[in-house]
Design a protein around this ligand. Sequence first.
Ligand SMILES: Nc1ncnc2c1ncn2[C@@H]1O[C@H](COP(=O)(O)OP(=O)(O)OP(=O)(O)O)[C@@H](O)[C@H]1O
Length: 341
Amino acid sequence: MLDVRNLGVSYGGTPVIEDLSFRLEGSDILMLVGPTGCGKTTVLRALAGLVRPSSGEIQIGSRRITAGRDVPPEKRRVGMVFQDFALFPHLSVINNVSFRLKDKRLALDWLDRLGLMPVRDAMPETLSGGQKQRVALARALAHEPRLMLLDEPLSNLDAALKDTLRWDIREALEEAGVPAVWVTHDQEEALSVGDQLGILNRGRLEQLDTPEHCFSMPQSRFTANFLGEAAFVRGKLRANRVETPLGNARVRAVEGATDEVDLMVRPDDLSLTPAEAGNGRVTWSRYEGETRLYAVRIDDGEPLRVRTNHEVDLPRGSAVNLHINAEHTLAAFLPVGRDSR
Ligand SMILES: Nc1ncnc2c1ncn2[C@@H]1O[C@H](COP(=O)(O)OP(=O)(O)OP(=O)(O)O)[C@@H](O)[C@H]1O
């Protein structure tokens, strides 16, 4: 169990993390994302015991840490996996994993579970990036941590490997029954792997929720934009619907809204059809393999992005009709200037 309550961390008197709270049980995974410099690594450092909290508290299992009551890193039983693997170069795989371990069977058990038995006597320099990261994970888990911290564990690996390894890591964490905080810059990873998603902005949690909720119902424009490809279409609020020039949509309640709101649309919420008398023109398109991404300019506004099947192939300048095709409830915000978020 990890319980973080109102955590604050400062460097030389400058607050870097403020009022951070979240709780993980069992093998819950929190994916932590945010722009560079927002404090993700600092959160991990505070949990690991490498920097002291300036306020609030951290509870890892039965250990409670506050500004005035430290628990040294070695007593916290926190396992760490970094992007650069951090293996001991002069030790073989088995010796890396069983380093300072009383019960070597745990090392063999994790080597086996992570498919590393064939390379148990190899030296780290002879391993692939994916194997090195499995060794790092096996080493951390063999020490029976109470909490796992993963700092961009897949960022040095190529795309194909990332996809398998992220699910292997998730499965291993579940088997170990240990909660984890996982920092990533990868949007797909952030949305697909964890149970909770935390979006950090200038040291504060902008939103903490299930990944699906953060993506489909962002609480702020910051979260909407950070999780990708959000655009806003001005419309009129009518009960629980918004009427826009691109069609109507069901929306969640918008606090303080009376008439006009900005409806958040993502490329999948829109569709386009070729139409001479349509409402827009194609500005550019990008082939993405299974899909195509189009930018369509309506009137004089910023182009809106719409994703289509790859078979829809329209040249730049094509006249099209762009409309909202989302059946689900969309998020909406007060127009900029009337809403501080
Ligand atoms: N040892 C330190 N002393 C003073 N300031 C620091 C120290 N480490 C980090 N900072 C500052 O704290 C803020 C948060 O840094 P942190 O490394 O936690 O961000 P991050 O979200 O992990 O960034 P990135 O995504 O680039 O890794 C930044 O403004 C950074 O400059």
